[in-house]
Design a protein around this ligand. Structure first.
Ligand SMILES: Cc1cc2nc3c(=O)[nH]c(=O)nc-3n(C[C@H](O)[C@H](O)[C@H](O)COP(=O)(O)O)c2cc1C
Length: 211
């Protein structure tokens, strides 16, 4: 056993955020489009993102501090999550710019808005997949600039480029080529995919795990 670097949360203080970002990685990236009450568009990446529930279908992303995406979702109750393909990493990163609230990042970087089916925020045509959501609730963990505000949205509709659908009727991750957020300022492409079957007790059960 190698020696371990051990620190309590109190000891690390604000640095714990950076440590967790390295340990809870890689993360998928939600490219979130929203509109404000007047219909002005906003687009920003969020890697604190995952599926929260299968039934009902719920996804979640976290705004660290109060940002435009969060304010828009709270005002309108709607958002669209887009898949980020590796080829779009630079333009996605540009949309993370700290632009004033009235700047439409989607237009600013020259992307193409497309109407969504069920919500007002537009889809980004250049992304191969969009998940249209209606706000369920925001769970806030405080009001400091680094506090998390977790946005839970019920999935109303999904749209995937036909070319990214596999023969089994599911999206093909190799075609989507989703980018991930890694440690520090790193991003990472998908890498190799390998099938690993889930064990069943009936097939594999024995006294003690076969490690
Ligand atoms: C790959 C990537 C992932 C990010 N993930 C998050 C995140 O999970 N939560 C967050 O608050 N900001 C995240 N950011 C920073 C926001 O995108 C950035 O603060 C942006 O300006 C927020 O936009 P908004 O004010 O229009 O909502 C991320 C940035 C990048 C490049």
């Amino acid at each position: 056993m190698s020696e371990r670097w051990e620190r309590g949360a109190d000891e690390l203080g604000r640095r714990l955020y950076a440590v967790l970002n390295c340990l809870v990685a890689p993360r998928p990236i939600a490219w979130v489009s929203t509109v404000d009450a007047a219909g002005a568009v906003n687009l920003a990446p969020h890697s604190y993102f995952t599926v929260a529930s299968a039934d009902p279908p719920v996804v979640q992303f976290t705004s660290i501090g109060r940002k435009d995406s969060l304010r828009n979702v709270e005002a309108t109750g709607e958002f669209v999550v887009h898949v980020v393909p590796w080829r779009l990493r630079d333009v996605v990163n540009l949309t993370s710019i700290d632009a004033p609230p009235d700047v439409d990042e989607l237009a600013w970087v020259g992307l193409t808005p497309q109407p969504s089916r069920t919500v007002r925020p537009p889809r980004v045509a250049e992304s191969p997949a969009a998940i249209e959501c209606r706000l369920l609730e925001v769970r806030s963990f405080g009001e400091s600039p680094a506090s998390g505000h977790v946005v839970f949205g019920q999935v109303l509709h999904v749209a995937v480029d036909a070319a990214a659908m596999a023969d089994d009727g599911l999206p093909d991750l190799r075609v989507l080529d989703s980018a991930t957020r890694a440690d520090r300022s790193h991003w990472a492409p998908l890498g190799e995919l390998q099938p690993i079957e889930r064990p069943t007790w009936e097939r594999e059960g024995r006294p003690g795990p076969a490690l």
